[in-house]
Design a protein around this ligand. Sequence first.
Ligand code: BGP
Length: 457
Amino acid sequence: MKITFPNDFHWGSATAALQVEGATDIDGRGASVWDEFCARNPAKIFQAATPERACEHYYRWEEDVEWMATLGHTSYRFSISWPRLFPDGKGALNSRGVDFYSRLIDRLLQHGIEPNVTLYHWDIPLPLAQQGGWENSETVSAFLEYADTCYRLLGDRVKLWSTINEPAWTTLNGYLTGLHPPGKTDRKAALLAAHHLLVAHHEACAITPSGIALNLSPVYPATSSQADTEAARRADLILNEWFLEAVIRGSYPNELVKLYDTLGLMPESPWPLRRTEPSFLGINYYYPHHARAGAAGTTFHINNTGNPQEDCKFSLEGCFELVKNPKGRYTDWAWEIDPETLTTLLQRVARQAPGIDLYVTENGIGLPDRLENGEVDDQPRIDFVSQHLVAVHQAMENGAPVKGYYMWSLMDNFSWINGYKKRYGFLYIDRETMKRTPKKSAHWFADIARSGCLNSP
Ligand code: BGP
């Protein structure tokens, strides 16, 4: 069966500054918290990888834009590096940083590729991180100075802005599992940092209407028992609704406020949450969760080796334990592949935020791709993306106003604690030479983007 997307549907891929740019100490860029975290904790990152070189996109951006055009992109989602613009986090602006993004945006527009620009994709300037990072309310003020600068200097050409990438995931790993910087395991700090990220979103949105990219993983009960159903509900509130409601309604879910209050965890900040209307909601979807009750302790583990025998683990004492779906299909990094859930997720968000445009701002699969005889046969990525595009189309048929799809990612990149083995790109990156080679999926996607049609598998 052939399915057709609207003519104005945005077709593209996504990247983030730290994961692709490299050039971490060039042209006046300051250090980010991730540069320092990787240098200080090599054992936490697969094969002690660092973002120092990443994909050298800072030098090769012209070629990369050519590739986007070749791959039929009508839009490109990327992030601005805050420390490239404000090496100290605030104060003096580094004009060479602005010039880089200004040239990139101009070139995209020349090719008819609409920029979708994220202001913050986790690379907080190191000096701000050292003064308490997102736990410090002054980081919100610094972010607003940075956001306002971007809006003023680039806003004549950028129509799609996103404020923050995945406030939930960066909070979870920065402050609960400790796997990402600042490497804390402190629930109260987590809620305070999350609050400031959400405040930063609304306050920036009040300057210039913007979207936000939320990581949302719907939670199913592991069994039909009442205890598991309740555990799944709790997990959904903690991991998804806390952030979704804060963005859509400018307030936190009552049920959870009561619980956090009893535990003395509610954030105390001079910045209250306010309500602004996002110009769109970006949804980053990779996998659903399955939860069961009876978590005796707090444990966590992320498979960052790509060894298919290794599971991911996450449990929050007294709340829920995330478990594997016995019927599920999984990647080598133990992420479940479940396209149908994307349909229900998009419909759910459409119901909760009526009248707001939705974009799938990230969706993709990490694979141990290999270049053989000059080609990369990544059929599993073609299967993954086509099944998820069918799911998006189904949600649209059912009324969800989805306006675009960005595959993660344009190119293989620095996959945070997974280093460089976990490859996500349409473009294969040779780690020695940095040569870009389009994978089989890249050619396949270009045809779909150009025709707007997909043969449903
Ligand atoms: C999202 C991030 C991206 C990207 C992607 C894949 O959470 O916004 O930056 O990295 O996930 O995740 P990972 O690279 O950890 O496999």
